[in-house]
Design a protein around this ligand. Structure first.
Ligand code: 13P
Length: 258
């Protein structure tokens, strides 16, 4: 299984800044076997970055942060995943900011996962409990609900085509009072996720579905998080905005695989 290092830039960086960042990344990183490097810029930067990448033989993949589940039609202001075909390789679905700031529910998200699969774009389905849910002992229920809810509209054989990202909401750096997740806490949730996949879709799917971790990852803790059993990579927010930090984490991932 590959190791995924994915930078989620959220609503940061202008088109020009995104392009300079990518230029630096392309110059500094060498393609490495088994390492998938991807960045998720703002939607308006996707097309220019795609053109920049094509000229440079893409060792960096592009990820959409969001999209609408219908392929086309009268949906003013929306962008469909079918319009993103050929531009991105991945699309994030159900990031906690989409769930809690924009009110997206499992009903919306299962349609997005299905739309991405239908259009040949790999969905990165984010799941994770809030601090309150964790304190009330509801983590397992929340993870099951978000995982199986998000996957419920696709065929069982397509589940392996989805990347799961475990992002505990309480560990995301931009949230008030965020704290670093201990590797043990993450390991426990990753186990729950893989068990749930195994019970519902079988062992092969549970073993072959990539599961990433995200939440306050930085160059100092990335090594500890990447070596948690069952973790296949990282989804990085704040730290990915500093290209040197993102590159440090990529280098670290390469060393760990070597
Ligand atoms: P931080 O790395 O800033 O905590 O963000 C994580 C995240 O939300 C990535 O999608």
């Amino acid at each position: 299984m590959k190791t995924y290092i994915v930078g989620n830039w959220k609503m940061n960086l202008t088109v020009g800044e995104s392009s300079i960042y990518l230029q630096k990344l392309l110059k500094r990183i060498r393609p490495a076997k088994g390492i998938e490097v991807a960045v998720s810029p703002s939607l308006i930067a996707i097309q220019p970055l795609r053109m920049q990448l094509d000229k440079n033989n893409s060792k960096v993949k592009l990820v959409a942060q969001n999209f609408y589940h219908r392929d086309y039609g009268a949906f003013t202001g929306e962008v469909s995943v079918s319009q993103l075909r050929g531009l991105v390789n991945y699309a994030i679905v159900g990031h906690s900011e989409r769930r809690y700031v924009f009110g997206e529910t499992n009903k919306d998200l299962k349609q997005k996962v299905a739309a991405a699969i239908r259009n040949g774009i790999t969905p990165i389905l984010c799941i994770g409990e809030t601090e309150n849910e964790k304190n009330f002992g509801e983590t397992a229920d929340v993870l099951r609900d978000q995982l199986l809810g998000g996957l419920s509209e696709i065929d069982a054989e397509d589940v392996k085509k989805v990347v799961i990202a475990y992002e505990p909401v309480w560990a995301i750096s931009s949230n008030k009072g965020a704290r670093l997740a201990a590797p043990d806490e993450i390991a426990e949730s990753i186990k729950l996720i893989r068990n749930e996949l195994k019970e519902t879709y079988g062992k092969e799917t549970a073993d072959e579905t990539p599961v990433l971790y995200g939440g306050s990852v930085n160059p100092n803790n990335a090594g500890a998080y990447l070596t948690i059993p069952g973790v296949n990579g990282l989804l990085i927010g704040g730290s990915s905005l500093v290209s040197d930090h993102f590159i440090d984490i990529i280098e670290l991932a390469k060393r760990l695989r070597a």
